[in-house]
Ligand binder design. Structure first.
Ligand code: FES
Length: 401
């Protein structure tokens, strides 16, 4: 094979000028290192690490679901950091003396951030540490600290097809409300078919609003609700989101990217149901939904240890502290119970925010939430939010403790 490169007199002159321009810039530059990076400063202004927010409005969506509107806590109506529909906020708060964080998907549209607010929608879960507390204690005026929007559960034009099949279960509707609003409000050239699995008609969140949005842009948005325990008035499809149900509503999936958000049980069921469509893994996107509710059902978890309590020696700033840790709870929860305040965002092994080093002992890493880099796994680093103690441990305190 032959390559020919053309290089003429003009190129020579341009190159010569380039060298002179570069020399001049070096001469004009400061003789001391720059201490402020204007690009970083701009990035931190647009996307600060933490946001001080206050609840400005509470909307009761269903008997067990509330939407909280969050605005800047300084009292000024100002633009909040922009985000991509599908991202979440990591809410930081204190419950019973413990500092905890929980990721909540932003259910409002990206345009609403420019109007000065985010919305998050919480369903009260029995035994849900923060959801029960928030349901009873968060009101207008409650102040919260949150991360800037983060996460990877959004449509990416370079990676995803322009046709989206959104599969939602229960409160997993929240990112899709944001995506649908984004498509309709901004006239995005995307088609989204939502199949929303819910228990009873009373549990449907955003029912009227989703219907109105679909009517505004019928060529882009289609909304289907499937009830597993319908009442006598229900006329829509019934049952669960099986392969047959998905095929009846959405047809062939060959030109679609599937986005899934819902309870962990639904993810496992859909893993099986979607196999018949033969989609490559990159065309199925799952929202991270926090820690696994019951790790004992995860294949490979040593069930005989589930009721045991181990000891974790936490090394921090030259000192050591021993704390108890249940085998059925993550190392992150053990740290929080012991009143450490470990950094965390996704609580699903994805973001790496809680990453730290395991010095001694064994952990069970949930394969569904194992976001470690290969090198990290090889050199003993782990994510406490997706790791469960299966022996006594010694760890380095996560960064910042
Ligand atoms: S909090 Fe995201 S990886 Fe642990």
């Amino acid at each position: 094979m032959k390559f020919s490169v053309k290089f003429g007199l003009l190129d020579m002159i341009r190159f010569k000028n380039l060298v002179n321009v570069r020399k001049r810039h070096i001469q004009e530059g400061a003789s001391t290192p720059i201490t402020v990076d204007p690009v970083n400063t701009l990035a931190q202004t647009l996307h600060p690490l933490t946001l001080d927010l206050v609840i400005s409005k509470v909307t009761i969506e269903t008997p067990s679901t509330k939407t909280f509107r969050l605005v800047s806590a300084d009292g000024l109506k100002k633009v909040l950091p922009f985000f991509r529909a599908g991202q979440y906020l990591s809410i930081k708060t204190r419950v019973e003396g413990s500092a905890i964080t929980r990721p909540y998907t932003i259910s409002s549209s990206p345009n609403d951030a420019l109007a000065g607010f985010y919305e998050i929608t919480l369903r009260k879960k029995d035994g849900g540490f923060l959801s029960e507390y928030a349901f009873s204690n968060w009101n207008e005026g409650t102040r919260l600290t949150a991360s800037s929007p983060c996460g990877f559960f959004y449509h990416e034009r370079l990676r995803d097809t322009t046709e989206i099949l959104a599969l939602a279960g229960g409160s997993g509707i929240t990112p899709f409300r944001s995506m649908i609003k984004d498509i309709v409000e901004n006239g995005k050239n995307l088609k989204l078919t939502l199949i929303y699995g819910t228990k009873s008609p009373n549990d449907i969140i955003f029912a009227a609003e989703l219907g109105e949005l679909a009517q505004k842009a019928p060529e882009k948005i289609a909304v289907h609700v499937v009830c597993s325990e319908p009442d006598s008035c229900w006329e829509g499809p019934t049952g669960f989101l099986t392969a047959e149900c998905i095929k009846n509503i959405a047809g062939d999936l060959k030109d679609k990217t599937v986005f899934i958000c819902g309870p962990q049980l639904m993810y496992r069921m859909l893993d099986n149901e979607l196999k018949v469509f033969g989609l490559p893994a990159r065309r199925i996107r799952r929202e991270v939904m926090g820690e696994t509710a019951d790790v004992t059902v995860i294949p490979g978890y040593p069930k005989d240890l589930a009721t045991k309590t181990f000891s974790i020696t936490v090394r921090s700033k030259g000192s050591k502290k021993d704390i108890p840790a249940l085998a059925s709870e993550t190392v992150l929860v053990a740290l929080e119970r012991a009143k450490f305040a470990p950094p965390s965002q996704c609580r699903s092994g994805e973001c790496g925010w809680c990453r730290t080093r395991l010095i001694r002992g064994d952990v069970f890493v949930n394969p569904e939430n194992d976001g470690r880099r290969i090198a990290d796994a090889a050199y003993g680093y782990f994510h406490p939010c997706s790791a469960y103690p299966v022996s006594d441990l010694e760890i380095v305190a996560p960064q910042g403790l």
